[in-house]
Ligand binder design. Structure first.
Ligand SMILES: *Cc1c(COP(=O)(O)O)cnc(C)c1O
Length: 371
């Protein structure tokens, strides 16, 4: 095998936890094998723990984070529903697109990229929307928004509005309290802070969301009624819907056990410490952070490319000389921002120092005109 090991410090995928890689290689089980059902149930329980929810309908969907977004809107939007979407980066834009495809009357509340969601503006956008949607950790800009405060505001106004949160980059990297925050629908992805290969979208759906769900949504594959019959079982037992991606679920199970053994708070603290060191070190290198101070994610740091430096060449040198991947900026910031992730297994001080040392050398060469 070629020696092509990479240190994945971009916006995902991140290097998996060793336990997750071992889980992927375990002997394959059938998707209705009682032993696998045990693995699946433990996975759903683990997801409830990291999410801070008691929702019975908490499960890994087959597909990457975006399939969670699709399932969220497919199962809740009826044509003509008012859906308020807080947009402060690329993934808010994507939510608008997905919601509109299911017929939502999308009320888009745009924010400057790099700023957190402004709760007053979101509430003012519509008096009684069916759904309010926001991204907890905007991976495109490195900004965290206060979903707990948004949930409290939405709940204090109406019992009927559902709160939908994109937690793709937050789950497994930050403490979450979905139930006490008033989150009704949330989804995540495995390849960011959960430290598993891409391919699953953890998903959770509250009782309130269940009461408001769309019967027989237009996407058969993501019909929560049908999925629930397999994941939760029922009077008729577990019904086949589609073949569960058993190897990936075993891998997620192993990663969740690793996270719960370390402790959710300890894992969040590890992300905080690594991110803080990286952000401090980048500023010591003379670089300017992109996201608004006080709202920066520890697990994903956005930093401005210095004047006169070729953004793509620096990333290429990091990859070829040091085997380190970092991300370009998103959307309009593609060549003016870099995005550096310290997620899951990479949320470590030594990874922060490694990146700082390598980036410092590459920047010196860039400024010296040799790349
Ligand atoms: C990565 C990401 C997504 C999309 O997930 P995929 O796994 O790429 O489908 C959605 N929202 C946020 C905030 C993300 O970071």
């Amino acid at each position: 095998m070629p020696l092509n090991e990479r240190t994945l410090l971009g916006p995902g995928p991140s290097n998996p936890y060793p336990e997750a890689t071992a889980g992927l290689a375990a002997p394959l089980l059938g998707h209705l094998d009682p032993e696998f059902i045990g693995v699946l149930e433990r996975t759903c329980d683990g997801l409830r723990s990291v999410w801070g929810t008691a929702n019975p309908l908490t499960l890994p969907l087959s597909g990457t984070g975006s399939i969670g977004m699709e399932a969220a809107f497919a199962n809740t939007v009826r044509p003509g529903d008012a859906v308020v979407v807080a947009v402060n980066g690329l993934f808010g834009v994507r939510m608008c697109d997905v919601a509109a495809r299911y017929g939502a009357d999308v009320v888009r509340v745009d924010h400057e990229w790099g700023r957190p969601v402004d709760i007053d503006r979101v509430l003012a956008a519509h008096p009684s929307p069916a759904i309010v949607a926001a991204v907890h950790a905007e991976t495109s800009t490195g900004v965290r928004s206060d979903i707990g405060a948004l949930g409290a505001a939405v709940r204090s106004r109406s019992d009927r509005t559902l709160l939908l949160a994109d937690c793709v980059t937050s789950l497994g990297g930050m403490e979450m309290h979905a139930d006490s925050w008033g989150v009704d629908i949330a989804y995540a992805g495995t390849q960011k802070c959960l430290g598993v290969a891409p391919g699953l979208a953890p998903f959770t759906f509250s009782e309130r969301a269940w009461e408001h769900r769309v019967a027989a949504p237009p996407v058969w594959y993501l019909d929560l009624d049908l999925l629930g019959a397999y994941v939760r079982g029922g009077t008729g037992g577990r019904a086949y819907h589609h073949t569960a991606p058993v190897a990936l679920i075993a891998s997620l199970d192993a990663a969740l056990r690793r996270i719960l053994d370390e402790g959710i708070e300890a894992v969040a603290e590890r992300h905080r410490a690594a991110g803080a060191r990286l952000q401090e070190g980048l500023q010591e290198l003379g670089l300017e952070l992109f996201a608004a101070e006080g709202h920066r994610l520890p697990q994903l740091t956005s930093v401005r490319v210095p004047e006169g430096v070729d953004s793509a060449k620096v990333r290429e040198q990091l990859l070829t000389d040091y085997g380190i991947e970092i991300g370009a900026g998103a959307g309009p910031y593609a060549s003016s921002v870099w995005r550096i992730g310290l997620m899951g297994a990479n949320a470590r001080l030594d990874r922060a120092e490694l990146l700082l040392a390598a980036l410092g050398r590459v920047l010196d060469r860039s400024r010296g005109g040799s790349i």
